[in-house]
Design a protein around this ligand. Structure first.
Ligand code: AMP
Length: 586
């Protein structure tokens, strides 16, 4: 057929002479690559295939292909949305295939995947919507331009316009191509080829150091554009990439530390602690009088927060700045309110002024990443914080201490929780800002949940070294209303060997007989129990269970009547649940 095989590595693609003249890569080539990627989990091969594929593309084709392969239609920072539903797409496909809805239901139940179902339905289309024999081959660029066009359509009649574009592209696609068009449109591309692997592929394709590609990708927030620069400008071009104002970068994240002492072990002698506020994280970009605000997920929320825009405009003392902070909702007295109130602010798009008046918010800044062209990501936390204090005007910063004393840190944590916050955030003084990374440079320490005094109501023999000992205990709380004992979980943690031997003797004395491999005991022994969380659990009658329960002490001084009640457990559960809901929303 007079074609030419491109690229030597594992992936070959043959271009027809016609395509060679136009140098427009057909979408079929990308679909074929997708099928190959789907067929394996071997990451190295996947990276090599993608590397050799993008190597041979034209610059414009590269950005489109990179995005499609990662299952995205537009880059993360791009605020446009396609707004095409599965209902619309499936209707168009049925029309093209000249079939009824049942064929989709069948295909879907067989494959469980929208793209694969599309392929099946189109594979045995009844009549040619457009004869596939004579159709012009779709190119990657055509497909991508259609995606862009769809996302640009706005206003009246936009639905019909979008549908027309979809019909044109799906009508001229092969079943294989249609599968991936649909997967990309629906955000259901399941190739397992995400940013990390794509960065490797770009580095391999253009023989560049991986670290350079990763840094560039982090700063631009868009690996598809980085790939284009890698091809057109190489190492020199990538090295010049800097943070771009109005294009958000991924936020740095924190790991958990179980207590203040652990933070000192990790961060060294001197540690910075800040209040961990119970709000929503925002990234603020300012250039002159123009201000944009992005949520933690990098959505543009500028229109929801007009007073923050105003505040930044009037207070931030530099022309250009990229800042980070937390907004919390407050009541008329300036006291923090539940997170749900704040979320209402983010959801509102109309009558914002009204809502702004009803739900006042407060901004606390905690970091600065860019000032007047100077990239501060590699500067230390202490340095950034100083710079932030200088430019923040009258905007509040999160409350902070720097200390070399564990007790002072613990006092600060207590103060934070008494003020209604979730805990503290510890920040390593000499640490740089690492976007998108959940490392140990930032550690969140949560307020410790109050331990519970619970009653041992049954026990089991342990395994291995503990096989002759009753070392696994079922713990229960009292129901203050009925007097019943309500189990909350088991633990084999916390006691020393000597204590377990003692406990075994005592429990045997209290035995009420066997139930399976469990020995039921008279409810006499009270133990203090620490735990990380109270979870909902269908396993226990009370509907709740302790997570990571461990005995911290045997309460010989306590009578079972003085043990904690299920009502108290419920209260702790609800309080903790409220907080959690707030965080998962953010
Ligand atoms: P996580 O998202 O679980 O890693 O916890 C960090 C979150 O705590 C951030 O995303 C912020 O929304 C929030 N936060 C509250 N106060 C601070 C602070 N002082 N420094 C950094 N993050 C904070």
């Amino acid at each position: 057929m007079g074609g030419i095989a491109l690229k030597k590595n594992a992936f070959y693609y043959t271009l027809s002479n016609f395509e060679l003249i136009l140098m427009a890569t057909p979408l079929a080539a990308l679909a074929e690559l997708c099928e190959r990627l789907e067929s394996t989990n071997a990451r190295n091969s996947m990276v090599s295939w993608v590397a050799s594929f993008i190597y041979q593309l034209e610059a414009k084709e590269i950005s489109a292909s990179v995005l499609i392969l990662m299952g995205r239609v537009l880059p993360d920072y791009d605020q446009r949305v396609l707004e095409v539903s599965w209902r619309t797409i499936s209707r168009i496909i049925l029309k093209i295939a000249n079939k009824n809805a049942r064929s989709f239901t069948q295909a879907f139940s067989k494959t469980g995947d929208v793209g694969e179902a599309t392929k099946m339905v189109l594979q045995d289309r009844k009549t040619g919507h457009q004869s596939t024999l004579f159709r012009k081959k779709l190119t990657i660029l055509e497909a991508y331009r259609t995606f862009e066009e769809i996302s640009n359509i706005k206003g009246t009649g936009s639905r019909a316009k979008k549908e027309r574009l979809l019909e044109t592209i799906l009508g001229s696609a092969t079943p294989e191509e249609a599968k991936y068009i649909v997967n990309a449109l629906m955000g259901e591309m399941r190739l397992g080829f995400q940013e990390g692997l794509m960065e490797q592929a770009v580095a391999e394709a253009f023989a560049l150091p991986l670290e350079l590609v990763q840094t560039a990708s982090m700063l631009m927030g868009d690996i598809s554009e980085v790939a284009v620069i890698a091809k057109t400008q190489g190492k020199k071009g990538l090295s010049k990439i800097n943070l771009v104002v109005f294009r958000p970068i991924k936020p740095m994240m924190a790991q958990v530390a179980s207590n203040i002492a652990e933070v000192f072990q990790e961060h060294g002698e001197k540690v910075a602690f800040e209040y961990k506020l119970d709000g929503a994280r925002i990234q603020i970009h300012k250039s002159g009088s123009k201000v944009k605000i992005f949520s933690r997920r990098l959505t543009n929320v500028t229109d929801s927060l007009p007073e923050v825009v105003e505040l930044v405009r009037s207070q931030v003392g530099t022309t250009i700045a990229v800042l980070e902070g937390e907004v919390i909702a407050v009541n008329e007295n300036g006291k923090p309110m539940l997170f749900q109130h704040l979320m209402r602010r983010f959801r509102r798009t109309r009558r914002i002024k009204d809502t702004a008046e009803k739900i006042p918010i407060k901004l606390y800044l905690f970091d600065v990443m860019f000032v007047n062209g100077e990239n501060l990501l590699n500067k230390s936390y202490s340095n950034r914080r100083k710079r932030l204090a200088k430019i923040a005007g009258r905007i509040l910063l999160t409350k902070q201490i720097i200390t070399d004393n564990v007790e002072t840190g613990e006092k600060f944590l207590k103060e934070a929780s008494e003020a209604g916050h979730e805990g503290v955030m510890a920040k390593k003084l000499d640490s740089s800002y690492t976007p998108g990374i959940r490392g140990k440079k930032w550690l969140k320490v949560k307020t410790i949940l109050e331990p519970l005094d619970l009653i041992i109501v049954a026990a089991e023999y342990g395994y291995g070294r503990r096989h002759g000992w009753l070392s696994n205990y079922l713990l229960a709380a009292r129901d203050a209303e009925t007097g019943e004992l309500v189990p909350l979980g088991k633990t084999f943690k916390g006691l020393t060997d000597d204590e377990i031997i003692q406990m075994t003797r005592e429990l045997k004395r209290l035995s009420l007989g066997k139930e399976g491999h469990r020995i039921l005991v008279k409810p006499k022994i009270v133990v203090e129990v620490a735990y990380n969380e109270i979870q909902k659990s269908p396993k226990y009658k009370g509907g709740m269970a302790l997570r990571f329960a461990r005995i911290t002490r045997i309460r010989k001084d306590k009578d079972p009547k003085g043990a904690d009640t299920i009502q108290k457990v419920k209260r702790i559960y609800e309080k903790q649940f409220e907080k959690k809901a707030r965080y998962s929303d953010s």
